[in-house]
Design a protein around this ligand. Structure first.
Ligand SMILES: *Cc1c(COP(=O)(O)O)cnc(C)c1O
Length: 420
């Protein structure tokens, strides 16, 4: 559920008309609903109640400081994949003790910084990383808490590019190797193995693959304990999907929680989760303005001012975003249209043959469900500066990332004398 809705023909974010934001801030711009972010976090936590669970929001889904701060205020932690994301989480008010550091390519310097900060947990993805972390921790005289990321050989996700749990994926180690790594970490004086972690993919719309993966994890916890190791935590990753449109709805958090409780019953481990999309996707929209109609005899083509550099999901994952006019009467005649951006790539097509109401230059539309993997994946391709981000709470809104100017982009560059 989210707090974007149509009232008397206009689309609102909480108690702000989106057309008013578009007029004040300009388009393209992202708009996030604080109440929706909060609701999604709470619904997830409450699905497990009375069992306490630790939720670390996957910062890569939406790393805007105001979004992170909104969640941090509720006690939400942060799952991070770079030193940059750790810096953002800290700045937004997430304490180091609630930050998880994941990712296959952590460098020596990044690991050292993570150890110095005393993060909640470093998720180790390979034997080589374990050895490096052991050396870094010894050098610093520290003993970081770690989890071993397991690749359970269960892939899942809405697209091949967002499946991470199959044998061929680059993430984690297989179950047998995880047991060996855990033993190695336990024997290391500067490593504190706390548990196991798994994340098999994103936009998962069925519980079956998750249940299979979590079953593997439960078995591993039991095996490790039988071998005499303490296992306190089980980090079950993110990945639960969201409804992008009229498609089969993913299971609700309550069904997900019931499944997790069933699979982990009797284990007595602290459960941790790293949802990104589930919390942020339906909490954000991308506003855009129709620039021109480029109709052909056989096609209706609507050119908008947003492009693949602002929202790459359709180009990268063939993703579907519902497109809603910001204003207009209900029941308008729908006819098929292509919606495209101005970037010089055929891939800069948001949709083809989508039934849409009449649209004219200057009309505004919202790309729905754009709060996750939207602004964070944007680039400045075609020298299109990053667009503003706006946070709404109740009847207030504020620009939480300002528009970048072309001059600011060029200021990063120099022309050597010898190139003139
Ligand atoms: C991307 C990612 C997540 C978040 O995935 P969502 O599908 O957005 O919930 C969680 N954990 C790890 C390790 C990830 O890479």
């Amino acid at each position: 559920m989210n707090f974007f809705e149509r009232r008397d023909g206009d689309l609102w974010a909480e108690d702000v008309r989106l057309a008013d934001i578009a007029a004040a801030v300009g388009t393209p711009c992202y708009v996030y609903s604080a109440a929706t972010l909060e609701r999604h976090y709470r619904v997830f936590i409450e699905a497990f109640a009375p069992q306490p669970v630790f939720v670390a929001f996957a910062v890569k889904a939406n790393s805007n400081l105001a979004v992170l701060a909104t969640l941090a205020r509720l006690g939400c932690g942060a799952d991070t994949v770079s030193i940059g994301e750790i810096a953002r989480a800290l700045k937004a008010g997430v304490p180091a003790s609630r930050i998880v550091f994941s990712g296959v390519g952590k460098t020596d310097a990044e690991l050292a910084e993570a150890v110095r900060l005393g993060l909640h947990q470093i998720n180790v993805e390979s034997p080589a990383e374990l050895d490096l972390l052991g050396q870094v921790a010894s050098r610093l005289g520290a003993r970081p808490s770690i989890a071993i990321r397991v690749n359970p050989d269960v892939g899942a996700g809405g697209h091949a590019k967002i499946s991470t749990g199959g044998r061929e994926a680059k993430f984690g180690v297989g179950p047998a190797e995880a047991l060996a790594l855990y033993a190695r970490a336990s024997a290391h004086p500067n490593l504190a193995p706390k548990g196991l972690a798994v994340h098999i993919g994103s936009q998962i719309k069925s519980l079956a693959p998750l249940e299979a993966a979590f079953g593997v994890m439960s078995g591993l916890v039991e095996t490790l304990r039988a071998q005499g190791h303490a296992v306190e935590r089980l980090d079950l990753g993110g990945g639960l999907g969201v409804p992008y449109f009229n498609e089969p709805e993913p299971p609700p958090p309550s069904d997900y929680a019931a499944m997790v409780k069933r699979v982990t019953a009797g284990l007595d481990v602290a459960l941790e989760f790293e949802p990104g999309r589930l919390i942020a996707a339906n909490a954000g929209v991308l506003l855009s303005t129709v620039v021109r109609l480029q109709d052909r005899p056989d096609r209706r083509i609507v050119v908008v001012d947003a492009a693949m550099n602002d929202l790459i999901r359709p180009a990268m994952y063939d993703a579907f975003h519902d497109i809603q006019p910001l204003s207009g009467p209900a029941g308008a005649q729908m006819t098929p249209a292509d919606v495209v951006g101005p970037v010089c790539e055929t891939g800069d097509t948001f949709t083809r043959d989508r039934p849409l109401p009449p649209l004219a230059p200057g009309d505004r539309v919202a790309f729905m469900t754009a709060g996750a993997y939207g602004a964070v994946m944007s680039s400045t391709y075609n020298t299109r500066p990053l667009v503003p981000e706006v946070l709404v709470r109740g009847d207030r809104f504020e620009v939480v990332r300002r528009r970048v100017e072309v001059d600011e982009l060029m200021a990063l560059e120099t022309i050597p004398d010898w190139a003139r």
